[in-house]
Write a protein that binds this ligand. Structure first.
Ligand code: PRP
Ligand code: URA
Length: 217
């Protein structure tokens, strides 16, 4: 697995991340979701630079122009629920993409005993597609690994791009073991050093699902 740490280079992604992390700005859920979308759009642009392109004719009012557009069949797969706003930003860039959803949630518990439930899948045929699995938070890595394994019941993608806003070093190491293949790339906007005892990323941004949609019971 290749790991691309976008936050190490100066770009507007870091400005969006600063707003996502800011405890005052987080009080506005609409703005929080919008900033998630903005990180996703910028990341989607970076992913788009790795796709396969070929020239295709486009009829303009005055003539025909050959324009290189991508040939990949893209599916954007999201882990509910925190992934929803992030997903929207990717769909905005890859507007012809199909979508896949999986519901995975972590049972509250201490870091060594986090149990992840995968309960619902809705996905198209994933065989040979370029699959973007998008989830803003990569903490232990358990949700992404189990979600991808669940998606495999719908076919094996040709290429996998895992896209996250914040990743903990521990989660990156977990995915490196789970996905040793060359056709997997992990894109992260920011990397944080540690997880706390509840497996939250520190300093992170808090609970992404709650900040998008409100505190769940
Ligand atoms: C968050 C996030 C990931 C998961 C990451 O979801 O969206 O799916 O935690 O943690 P992990 O890497 O340790 O598995 P959460 O379980 O908080 O559910 P929610 O989206 O419904 O809030
Ligand atoms: N899920 C979140 O929403 N935040 C974390 O820090 C870890 C998992």
């Amino acid at each position: 697995m290749k790991v691309i740490r976008l936050g190490e280079h100066s770009s507007v992604i870091n400005s969006h991340m600063a707003q996502l992390r800011d405890v005052q700005i987080q009080k506005n859920k609409t703005l929080f979701r919008r900033n998630m979308e903005r990180v996703a759009r910028a990341m989607a642009y970076e992913v788009s630079r790795t796709l396969s392109y070929s020239d295709k004719p486009v009829q303009t009012p005055l003539g025909v122009k050959m324009v290189p557009t991508y040939d990949d069949r893209i599916v954007v797969g999201t882990v509910l629920r925190a992934g929803l706003a992030f997903h929207e930003g990717f769909l905005d860039t890859f507007d012809g993409a199909d979508s896949a959803f999986v519901a995975a949630y972590r049972e509250e518990g201490t870091r060594d005993h986090i149990k992840i439930h995968v309960e619902y899948i809705a996905a198209p045929d994933l065989t040979d597609c370029t699959f973007l699995m998008v989830d803003p938070m990569l903490a232990t890595g358990g949700s992404l690994e189990l979600s991808y394994k669940a998606f495999l019941s719908h076919g094996k993608p040709r290429t996998l791009h895992i896209c996250c806003a914040i990743a903990a070093e521990e989660g990156i190491a977990h995915l490196e073991k789970a996905f040793p293949e060359d056709n997997v790339t992990l894109w992260v906007a920011a990397v944080d050093p540690i997880l706390n005892d509840d497996a939250y990323i520190v300093p992170g941004l808090g609970d992404a699902g709650d900040l998008c949609f409100g505190t769940k019971l």
